[in-house]
Structures are given as C-alpha cells and as structure tokens.
Design a protein around this ligand. Structure first.
Ligand SMILES: *[C@@H]1O[C@H](CO)[C@@H](O)[C@H](O)[C@H]1NC(C)=O
Length: 264
C-alpha cells in the first residue's frame, strides 16, 4: 500500500511518454544524479519560461499516423473485453505471444487503467471516440459543447530533441476545467483521460525549432504542486520542489485536450 500513491502520481508524468518499453513509472521516476536525464523528459517548463524569444530544448515524439492503432467504433470496442482478467484471452484474440513486448504493453495499459485515481483526480480509459466524448461531457457538463486542443506539427524534421524558440505571446485558453486524454499502447486506440482538480492553465504556444520545425503546441500549467510527490520527475527536470513552482508540460502530438466550448 505504501508505494501506491507514489505510483499513481508518477503515472501522470509517465503517461506523457507512452513508450512501450518504458511503461513502469519507477524506471524513469528518479534519475540518479550522475545519469543524464532521459531526453524524453524535455517537456517540462515553468510559467516563467512563457516569454516571446525564450529558447529551450524540447522533445516531441514523431508519430506516424499510418502505424498508429485504429480507433474502433463503440459497438466494436464494447464487444471486446477490456480488463486485465481477460489478458490470456486477449493475447490469443490479437495473436500475441505471452512474453512478447505487445503482451507487456497491454499489461501495462491495464495497470494504468485499473489503478484507482489519485486524490482530486477523475480518470477513465476510453476505447472509442464515443465513450471518450461521453465521459468528457459528463466531467465538463453534458449540456456543454466541447472544444478540443492538440499539438500540431506545421513542419517537422526527424529531430525529436532540439532547441525551440517561443515565437508569439503564449495564448492562454481560459477554461474552468479540462479533460486531457493521452494515448496508451494497445492493439487499437485507447485513451487514458483524466481531470485534475485545482488551478490548471491551458496554453497554445507557437514554437520554432532550430531545424526549422514549426509546432503549435498545446501545454498545461499545474499551478499548485504542493500535494505532488517530491519524487515526481518534473521536479528533477525543473530543479524545483513541490509547491515552490507551478509545473507546465507540453502535450504530445496525439493527445486530446477537451474543454467546454468558448463559442456559443
Ligand atoms: C540548445 O542550445 C544551447 C545553447 O546554444 C546548447 O548548449 C544546447 O546543446 C542546445 N540543445 C540542443 C538539444 O540542441
């Protein structure tokens, strides 16, 4: 029981990466002081960095939509069990060997989906767009129209880690709440959606990479980090302690951020 809250908090950082081989939070939880930081951790920043002309190294994974898992229609998704207790059946269903990397990834996905939410968090794993929209609607208000924000590559070189400069004044999207949906590795598209209580700010940020890359990035700033576990990777990366600074991060390109619509 001792380590579980830690794991759930770390999960939040973890979900930003979505790498098959890297799914257990503890592997990236505490980089030793001697080890260089995992380049994929270059997604964190603080509100102080949100200035025109600010240059920082950031990591943006390149996703090939052709090789991304397909979204299933709700009928089809709900005809396939989605629970760790069905893993042996599912491995057979998808023709994956018991000890394959795919089996491991599915197991990790179930772990993230079945672990209980941390304090002040609501979470849901969506196996279709319809179920994602239903859940986002429940959280944000069913009668509300929803808008979605994503990170868009306007121009992308193959270099994942490079220096980026903020080109325009970051635009804050003023929303009372938001639901962030991160992809999880699975044979079809599965999204881990969650909403965290507390003050969160959503930004659209124009970035120009040193290799000519142009990204319209969606980012969130968690303004109150007092309750966060001090082991959270963000604190190591930013060299701050819980409560001393808000923590911001970019969303990877295949994440979806749902907000109540601003247009009537
Ligand atoms: C970013 O620029 C700084 C300063 O020029 C340089 O030291 C650093 O290596 C660059 N980082 C990357 C990832 O290119």
């Amino acid at each position: 029981m001792e380590f579980r809250p830690t794991l759930t908090i770390l999960l939040h950082a973890l979900l930003l990466f979505q790498f098959l081989g890297e799914s257990k939070a503890r592997h990236i939880a505490k980089p030793s002081p001697k080890e260089p930081l995992n380049p994929q951790l270059n997604i964190f920043f603080t509100p102080n960095d949100l200035k025109i002309g600010k240059t920082m190294p950031f990591f943006f994974a390149i996703k090939d939509p052709k090789s991304s898992p397909h979204l299933l229609p709700r009928d089809e998704a709900s005809s396939i069990p989605f629970h760790s207790s069905h893993l042996p059946y599912l491995l057979e269903f998808f023709s994956f060997a018991k000890d394959s990397p795919q089996a491991k990834a599915m197991e990790d996905t179930f772990f993230h989906c079945e672990i209980s939410a941390m304090n002040g968090e609501s979470k849901y794993c969506a196996t279709s767009l319809e179920s994602m929209l239903d859940w986002a609607g429940e959280i944000l208000g069913v009668s509300t129209k929803l808008d979605v924000y994503t990170t868009n590559f306007l121009k992308k070189s193959p270099v994942t880690l490079q220096n980026y400069t903020i080109m325009q004044k970051p635009k804050e999207i003023l929303v009372p709440k938001l639901v962030a949906c991160h992809t999880l590795p699975y044979p079809y598209a599965v999204f881990y959606c969650h909403m965290q209580k507390g003050e969160n700010k959503l930004f659209k940020i124009s970035l120009l990479g040193e290799n000519g890359d142009r990204i319209e990035a969606a980012a969130i700033c968690h303004m109150d980090t007092k309750e966060w576990n001090h082991d959270h990777v963000a604190f190591t990366v930013l060299k701050v302690v819980p409560g001393s600074s808000p923590v911001c991060h970019f969303f990877p390109v295949d994440n979806l951020v749902w907000v109540p619509s601003l247009s009537m």
